[in-house]
Ligand binder design. Structure first.
Ligand code: HEM
Length: 407
């Protein structure tokens, strides 16, 4: 067995070397950005699989804000300055609009049905995003949902903390908030109700959701070295497929609920009909060839992936920064206090007049609660989203107790 492993290792190394050698020769005459030397590529690839943001950061410190990295068969351009990114987006949007069709992601991306290449389907899906998620009308609707859900969460924190000190795990708090917002936009329902938020059942539910809907950050070798595809198929990919089955069942259940009950009501009693799932199902009726089941499910998956993990990570990172920079926290609070006083909570419409503050959800938390760290400095780890996050003690501010009690 050991001899077999040795032969296999030797064989794979030779293939790697031949592969890199021929790739280098192919690109010798092209005018390409700086790139790490080819011998180190395998090292860099392995580094990337361990901690992608850290490795990319180290390489960009060495090679500058634009560098080319050869991840096996896939040349990858890494941009790390605002000016370099602007040069590509939006100036050359179309050139950079294609997404690689990674074999390990085929099933996960519903047979790549969301238009990975710039074509009719690509434009169609982006039109849907622009009209149904980012249009002024939709942003107004989602602004109402955000305000509602932030107040719901603030009220929950208040009820927990006004009698005695309670620690709150920030990752759990922000993930539940982000998930509730996205579920209201997509399906018209709040996923975590008040009484559920602290229960063990909800913790189990949340851990399960995070596992299902955290974008897979690990890189399958077979996507970059096609001759190694069989290796990843039986390793990483099998795990991804198992997770995908559960995620697909979750999304299918949401669709079934909407299809079986067109008069589904949201948690605050309003009739739904305006949710993103409603819109998608209507489009499927009128244009079945464009809005196939794969497209509908893939879009809901994108929305949940794009709207939860990102938001909760950014908010957790912001809390971590605010806790370690109390002067910034105080400036943000002074700005809010001098703008709104103590008689009302801030909302989206105040933001334009609060240049120091850009995150509404944190804004309301800053406005209404005193914060205290309950353990060592907060750390966020992008590559390990399941890591336990820090706990914070939130205490209602004296000046806001009456207002909070009325929420
Ligand atoms: C702080 C939070 C967020 C960050 C940092 C963020 C970042 C990004 C980035 C970088 C992309 C481009 C990805 C790519 O082209 O490969 C993207 C796309 C997208 N985001 Fe966000 N986003 C955030 C929050 C949200 C929220 C709350 C929603 C919706 C509720 C959302 C919906 C989308 C959608 C629909 C796309 C297009 C996805 C696609 O083309 O496949 N995002 N976001």
């Amino acid at each position: 067995m050991d001899a077999l492993k040795c032969y296999l290792g030797f064989f794979v190394s030779i293939l790697f070397i031949v592969y890199q050698f021929t790739a280098n020769r192919r690109n010798q005459h092209k005018n390409l950005p700086p790139s790490p030397p080819s011998v180190a590529i395998i090292d860099h690839f392995l580094l990337l699989t361990l901690s992608i943001h850290q490795a990319v950061n180290n390489l960009s410190n060495k090679y500058g804000p634009i560098f080319l990295q050869r991840l096996g068969s896939r040349p990858t351009l890494v941009l790390s300055s605002h000016a370099a990114i602007e040069e590509c987006f939006p100036k050359h949007d179309i050139i950079f609009s294609n997404r690689p069709l990674l074999p390990s992601r085929k099933v996960l991306e519903y047979n790549h049905s969301l238009g990975s290449h710039y074509d009719n389907q690509w434009r169609n899906i982006r039109r849907f995003y622009v009209l149904e998620i980012f249009s002024a009308k939709r942003l107004q609707m989602s602004s109402n949902i955000r305000t509602e859900e932030i107040r719901f969460m603030i009220n929950h924190l208040y009820k927990r903390s006004f009698k005695e000190v309670k620690k709150v795990e920030v990752k759990t708090l922000f993930y539940s908030l982000a998930f509730n917002i996205v579920m209201k936009m997509a399906a018209g329902i709040r996923w975590f109700e008040d009484e559920e938020l602290d229960s063990d059942i909800s913790k189990g539910k949340l851990v399960d959701l995070v596992k299902m809907f955290t974008p897979p950050l690990t890189m399958a070798l077979g996507d970059y070295f096609p001759f190694l595809r069989w290796l990843t198929y039986y390793g990483e990919e099998r795990k991804l497929l198992k997770n995908h089955k559960r995620k697909d069942a979750f999304i299918q259940a949401l669709l079934d609920a909407h299809q079986n009950n067109s008069s589904l009501t949201s948690t605050d009693g309003q009739k739904t009909g305006q949710t993103l799932i409603d819109v998608m199902l209507k489009l499927q009726e009128s244009e079945p060839e464009l809005y196939t089941n794969d497209v509908v499910k893939g879009t809901i998956q994108t929305l949940i992936l794009a709207g939860t993990h990102t938001t909760s990570i950014v908010m957790e990172g912001a809390v971590s920064q605010l806790i370690s920079h109390p002067n910034v926290f105080q400036n943000a609070r002074d700005e809010i206090d001098s703008h709104t006083g103590y008689s009302r909570l801030i909302d989206d419409t105040d933001l334009a007049k609060l240049p120091y503050l850009h995150a509404l959800s944190l804004g309301t938390l800053i406005q209404c609660f005193d914060w205290e760290e309950s353990q060592g400095p907060l750390k966020t780890n992008l590559s390990k989203p399941e890591n336990k996050s820090a706990e914070i003690v939130f205490r209602p501010r004296e000046a806001f107790t009456d207002l909070l009690a009325q929420l």
